[in-house]
Design a protein around this ligand. Structure first.
Ligand code: SAM
Length: 265
């Protein structure tokens, strides 16, 4: 029996996904009829339940991938193929504290909040109120809002001194803000950026040369799906050819200048 309020993914026979918090005594309305959420809780993971019209829904525990795909979006979100590499490069895991800007619809924020666990924290900055609110709603819907501290704040004015373990920027002009990065993270922290054009990557690389940044890496990630038909196994006709370029680096703390009287003889 699933707990009351458990977030479930309900899959209809056409593969359409519904996300709902299965609360005691409630029902879900769909085009295929009314589904009793107590019956969903009783059925449990991997089982099927029928609507009052007899249409089956499969009860599934949503994965992080499902949750990111379910984010209600009014901005471009970062896709799972990039998120997977980003979280590995930034070393995100339980207990980690990470700074992010802008939160937009909260695609990356969802993944970060999921991975840092209850002992970690995501500090996310967003200058536009509508996206700040949308991100909060998306996180509340999946029960992860308590792991995220949101700032309705333009990072042109800098970050708070979080002493964070890592930082990621998905903003239009990251070069304008890189001087603020060292104050937000611990020395040596991994940092990353997502940029849509090569021109922006070039500008960022030049800017990184003038700051305490090392280990710079630039890449993009391609993902090609296959038609899952055993007799005619071949790639899908279409693929998303471009989502963005990723840039990673590490911060470092520059040697403090020794005064002559302090120097070692
Ligand atoms: C592409 S969206 C981020 C999408 C997000 N990474 C996701 O996965 O859903 C970029 C966001 O950055 C915000 N932004 C741009 N410049 C900013 C700044 N200087 N300070 C704070 N937020 C900023 C924009 O308002 C926008 O919501």
């Amino acid at each position: 029996m699933l707990e009351s309020g458990q977030l479930v993914m309900l899959l209809n026979s056409k593969g359409k996904r519904y996300f709902i918090s299965a609360k005691e005594g409630q029902v879900m309305h769909s085009n295929e009829g009314v589904l009793d959420l107590d019956a969903v809780r009783e059925a449990g993971w991997g089982h099927q339940v029928c609507t009052h019209k007899g249409h089956p829904f499969t009860v599934l525990r949503p994965t992080l991938y499902d949750l990111i795909k379910s984010v209600k979006r009014r901005t471009q979100i970062i896709y799972p193929k990039e998120i997977g590499y980003i979280v590995m490069k930034l070393g995100i895991g339980p207990g980690c504290r990470i700074v992010e800007a802008g939160c937009g619809s909260g695609g990356l924020t969802t993944a970060l909040a999921w991975l840092v666990g209850d002992t970690g924290k995501v500090y996310t900055y967003e200058r536009r109120e509508e996206f700040f609110t949308l991100c909060r709603e998306n996180l509340e819907r999946i029960g992860l809002a308590h792991r995220v501290e949101q700032f309705h704040h333009d990072i042109a004015q800098g970050f708070h001194s979080h002493g964070a373990d890592a930082l990621f920027l998905d903003v239009r002009e990251p070069c304008d803000y890189i001087q603020h990065i060292p104050a937000a993270v611990v020395p040596g922290a991994p940092i990353g950026f997502l940029l849509p054009t090569t021109n922006q990557v070039q500008e960022l690389l030049k800017a990184l040369e003038h700051g305490p940044f090392c280990q710079v890496e630039v890449l993009e990630i391609f993902l090609r799906h296959y038609k899952p038909v055993p007799e005619r196994l071949r790639p899908e006709d279409r693929m998303v050819a471009h989502t963005g370029f990723l840039v990673f680096a590490r911060t470092y703390s520059e040697l403090e200048q020794q005064k002559p009287e302090e120097s070692i003889a």
